[in-house]
Design a protein around this ligand. Structure first.
Ligand SMILES: [Zn+2]
Length: 214
């Protein structure tokens, strides 16, 4: 699968209202929307959804509006997967992206500051839209590639699992995140992850198509 590079730094040329995202980042006083990791032990993937519904209700899946939201809120994610399954790399995996906020891994892991050791993947969706077959396929192939590159299995959790009610009860944050929410089909996701793990043995290409019988 092809992964497009849309790094969230001053060189980003995607236009929003006639101004490049890179210039908007510069204007916000930053040179990029990531920082150095303090650990090389990266072994968790966090699944999110994001849309522009609050700033552009008529085009909630607008990618440039979503990039503008990242800039405006000073947040970021390693990957963004659009409705048609196109996959964009926004932050280098070896850098820390700002996608979890105050967070806590589910028991028995219980590590805090999940950004430190995770890769964030944003699926373009609203609370009501659900996710497309193309997104499930792209997500699965991306996670397969990640496991292949790191030569290990990752733990997959939702933003709601690390920044939800448990994190609020632990006093880490005041509001609970709810993404990817009940419309994200975890059984479908694990089904394809297990297929790619068994099939590819980390040495052939990651090509899973949702609905096919690989
Ligand atoms: Zn999220």
């Amino acid at each position: 699968m092809e992964i497009y590079s849309w790094k969230l730094d001053c060189g980003n040329t995607v236009l929003h209202g006639g101004v490049s995202i890179g210039d908007l980042i510069k204007k916000s006083g930053k040179s990029c929307l990531w920082e150095d990791r303090i650990t090389s032990e990266v072994n968790v993937v966090i699944i999110h959804y994001i849309s522009a519904v609050n700033v552009n209700a008529s085009a909630p899946f607008s990618l440039s509006d979503i990039l503008k939201i990242f800039v405006d809120y000073g947040v970021s994610s390693h990957y963004l997967i659009s409705r048609d399954g196109s996959t964009y790399n926004l932050v280098p995996e070896e850098k820390k992206a700002w996608h979890c906020g105050p967070s806590l891994m589910p028991s028995p892991d219980c590590r805090k500051n999940v950004n430190d050791f995770s890769i964030g993947i944003e699926l373009v969706a609203t609370e009501q839209s659900g996710f497309t077959n193309e997104q499930y396929s792209a997500l699965c192939n991306l996670c397969c590639q990640i496991e292949k590159r790191y030569q290990r299995h990752f733990t997959y959790v939702g933003h709601e699992d690390v920044a939800g009610v448990e994190a609020v009860n632990a006093g880490l944050r005041t509001t609970a995140k709810t993404d990817p929410g009940p419309l994200f089909d975890w059984s479908e996701f694990y089904k394809c992850i297990n297929i790619t793990r068994n099939k590819n043995s980390y040495d052939s290409s990651c090509e899973y198509i949702k609905g096919s019988n690989l």
